[in-house]
Write a protein that binds this ligand. Sequence first.
Ligand SMILES: Nc1ncnc2c1ncn2[C@@H]1O[C@H](COP(=O)(O)OP(=O)(O)OP(=O)(O)O)[C@@H](O)[C@H]1O
Ligand SMILES: [Mg+2]
Length: 270
Amino acid sequence: MKIPSLRPLIVIKLGGAALTNKKRICAPRLTVIDSAARQIAAIHNRKSVFIIHGAGSFGHIPVKRFGLSQGFKKSSQLRGLSETKLRLLEWEVLLNRKFFEHGIQTVPFIPSNYILARNGRIVSCNVKPIETWIRLGCVPSTGGDIVPDLATGFSVVSGDQLAVYMAIKLHASMLIFATDVDGIFDCNPKHNQNARLIEKLTLSETHQVAANMTPDVTDVTGGMKSKLDEASNAARSGISVYFVSLLKGRRLQELAMDHKRVRCSVIMPS
Ligand SMILES: Nc1ncnc2c1ncn2[C@@H]1O[C@H](COP(=O)(O)OP(=O)(O)OP(=O)(O)O)[C@@H](O)[C@H]1O
Ligand SMILES: [Mg+2]
C-alpha cells in the first residue's frame, strides 16, 4: 500500500505548566491531560498532528536539583542525569498512555535518541521517521529533554525549541502553544490582575514584550521569555504561532479546527 501524503499539519506544544504542577516534583494534572487528549483526538479526525510536550515538574525540578542545566562538568553528575532521564521516560509513558486511552494512535519519540545539539541548540535531527509516522496517520509525541551536546557534553533542549524546529522542518500550517494562561499579556497575568491580553503581535512587538519580561527561575529553559524568542523563529519562517489556554474549555480544539473566535494570542508570520 502507498504511504499517504501529508495532510495539513498542526504542531501542538502542550505546556508543562498546564500538564503538571511545576512546584511539586513529578506532579501530573490528570484532568488537564485528559482534556488535552480529548481535544487532540478530535483535531486528529481532521488534520495531522504532532504533539510536543513540556517536561513540567518531571524535568525542571530534577535538572535543577542535580545541577544539569550548564552541561557536563564532572562524572558525579551522571547519576542525577540518569535519574532525570528515567523520570522523563515515566512522564512520556504516562502521557502517551492517556493519549492512547483517548483513541490517539500515538508513537512516542525520545529526543536524545535522534537529536544532537551544540551549546543547547539543535544541530542535527532526523525528521524523516517522524514525517513517515505522521503520513501513516499516527500522532508522534516527543518532549523537552536532555540531549547529547557537541560543545557541552549534554544540554537541556526545551519543548519550545523542539516545537519550533519541527514546525519549520515539517512545514506545519500552524503552531500552537497551549499553556496555563490565556495567551501573551503585557505583563505576567499571574502577578498582575490588570495584565492585558495582546491578541495580535507583529514580530517586533513580540521582541518588545519578551525584552520587558523577567526570566522565570522555576523554568530551566527560560519560561515565557524564551518561548517568545523561539516562537519568533517560526513566525519569521511564515508560520502562524498561537498561544492558548489548555485549562479552559475546548479552546485548543476550537482554535485548531476552524480558527473560531477563541480567546488567544497570535504572532503574525512575516
Ligand atoms: N507577559 C506574559 N504573558 C503570559 N504569560 C507570562 C508572561 N510573563 C510570564 N508569564 C508566565 O509564563 C508561564 C508559562 O510559561 P512556562 O514556560 O512556565 O510554561 P510551559 O511552556 O507550559 O511549561 P514547560 O516549560 O514546562 O513546558 C505562565 O504560567 C505565566 O505565569
Ligand atoms: Mg517553559
